[in-house]
Design a protein around this ligand. Sequence first.
Ligand code: SAM
Length: 316
Amino acid sequence: MRCDYCMPAEIFDSKHQFMHRNQLLTFEEINSVVESMIPLGVKKIRLTGGEPLLRRGLEGLIQMLSKHPVEIAMTTNGLLFGGRGESLRNAGLDRVTFSLDSLDPIIFEKITKTSGKKIQCILNSIEEAIDCGLGQVRINSVIRRGINEQDIDRLIEQFEHLPVSLRFIEFMDVGNHNRWRYNEVVPSSEILNHLQKTMTLIPIDSTHRGEVAQRWKVDGKDGFEIGFISSVSEPFCGDCTRARISADGRLFTCLFASKGTDLKSIIRGQNKNNGIQDLITEIWKTRDDRYSELRSNTPKPGTIVLPKIEMSYIGG
Ligand code: SAM
């Protein structure tokens, strides 16, 4: 897909220089990074991207990772999920999140540059994931003003009878190419107020520090849940416990970082695991990223302009 707010087609077209295969961490290398991070307290791994299901034999990686005492989750656009739910779950995948911003074929196509007919394929994937017991399935929707606000109600109608968590994500100023505009951000509070006019929402306590979504149950809709990820209107940098590793082995301590630390050359060098573990410990102890808080402290949001890495490079 070429979602215009993430990986716009005019930048990521056939002339774009994608990474060569040998620049990517192999499954064994990814596994060795994970292995070295387990003693540091890692509890959950999320496979994202780019599109994780484009990586051939992903089940093989999941199988390796599932030997560690971690929860394994994946975020996907759902297009290549059909028919693989069972094999992914058998490999050790615990949870899956699907991204779906619109149920209207024309709007979907406008956002993703992908045929609106594919919506059905994503809906089928969601059902398949539910049927094969992949945890509580989540659906991520980025709502932008003037683009897909009508989908708030449509998405609720579509999913309220299913045991899923529908999460509305504020449009974030990640990367350099998504033409982010503050006035396209629909604050979570606005969606919440809108929904409360027609349904009774009951807040759900967060289960752990660093949980990014504020979650609500809907009275009368068992199993269905609504979440809000409000990183623009209510930044949660202070609670962030995420480290991100790009496909080419760089470690980032913030979604909005401009540079990461190259782990691949250490892995491919001599002193392997210990070297990585010590380095990650050092980076983690000294990290001070708080981009979203800084952004919201500026009088005019959108005026901090830093070169940032792309969301499609480190995943969201
Ligand atoms: N290809 C996968 C997918 O489509 O879900 C995984 C990668 S995608 C970068 C992960 C999530 O980031 C998606 O739910 C997407 O909607 C979200 N995302 C990308 N750019 C965003 C932005 N600028 N603001 C908010 N969410 C964004």
